[in-house]
Design a protein around this ligand. Structure first.
Ligand code: AMP
Length: 281
């Protein structure tokens, strides 16, 4: 069984020995409700680090008013099984008061990268993410921290934060783990009923379609976007929140010709469930 600690001092204590004996520490920050995507992150950390820490914390700071903070799935028992099966050494599962004992007056804002895509529709979200990730990095001081490409904008923001603030940690990106039909695995997929689950793959198919257009020579960003939107609009069971082609580093929309690596990213609503996904091109 993986050891579980709840306080910052216990967590720090647990990494003292592995670090003192020259080992590398890998951190996998999560909000729990662990699934095959998280398992892949832990697997990558396990392969590349001597001591693997998984943090489990549903961070209120990254949820907006009216978002799903209170109904976000909390599944600690099965989460611990996943961590044990993947060979994690330590689970850090702080209660709210451990990470936010007093009003948080200090925040990390990764400007520009946070402005578009999800940032436009979830104001303050990336500020909440960057702030809690900074705290976790400061608590555990890992050598490497693992993030999924599933949340590509988040990965880009964290990479830039670490670079801009000279944080001594390597940020490793892990490719998106998908269901057999292509749906990106997400803790929020469990909100979907059977018929919603059927249409949820539309976003991935739209992304594939856009990727194929670009790969077969279509260079006009607006045209690719319009054709993909047309495709998505054919499915009445979803509502598109955004679908954009952005540069891979700073997540800024490509307005003219696609000439360097881009990311195609989208967000849709299926009933009351918001799903995001992205692909490279
Ligand atoms: P979350 O618990 O949703 O905050 O996710 C924790 C980490 O797991 C983040 O770095 C996510 O990008 C990553 N992640 C979530 N779903 C997947 C997936 N399907 N494939 C790869 N990584 C994922």
């Amino acid at each position: 069984m993986t050891l579980v600690v709840h306080t910052i001092s216990e967590a720090r204590q647990q990494v003292v020995l592995p670090r003192r004996s020259g080992g590398t520490i890998g951190l996998v920050p999560t909000m729990g409700a662990l699934h095959a995507g998280h398992a892949r992150l832990i697997e990558a950390a396990r392969a590349e680090s001597d001591f693997v820490v998984v943090s489990i914390f549903v961070n209120p700071l990254q949820f907006g008013p009216g978002e799903d903070f209170s109904r976000y799935p909390r599944t600690m028992t099965s989460d611990l099984e996943v961590c044990t099966n993947q060979g994690a050494d330590l689970v850090f599962a702080p209660p709210m008061e451990a990470l936010y004992p007093t009003d948080q007056l200090t925040f990390v804002d990764v400007t520009r990268i946070s402005d578009r895509l999800c940032g436009q529709f979830r104001p303050g979200h990336f500020r909440g993410v960057a702030t809690v990730v900074s705290k976790l990095l400061n608590v555990l001081q890992p050598d490497r921290a693992y993030f999924g490409e599933k949340d590509y904008q988040q990965l880009a923001a964290i990479r830039r934060m670490v670079s801009d603030l000279n944080m001594p940690v390597f940020i490793a990106g892990v490719p998106t783990v998908r269901e057999p039909d292509g749906l990106a695995i997400s803790s929020r997929n469990r909100y979907l009923d059977n018929s919603q689950r059927q249409v949820a793959t539309t976003l991935y198919r739209g992304l594939l379609y856009a990727q194929e257009l670009i790969r077969t020579g279509e260079k006009h960003s607006a045209l690719v976007r319009e054709r993909a939107m047309e495709y998505l609009r054919q499915e009445p069971g979803i509502r598109v929140e955004y679908f954009d082609i952005v540069d891979a580093d700073e997540i800024q929309p490509i307005t003219g010709i696609i000439s360097s690596p881009v990311r195609i990213a989208g967000a849709i609503w299926v009933g009351n469930t918001r799903l995001i996904d992205n692909l490279p091109a």
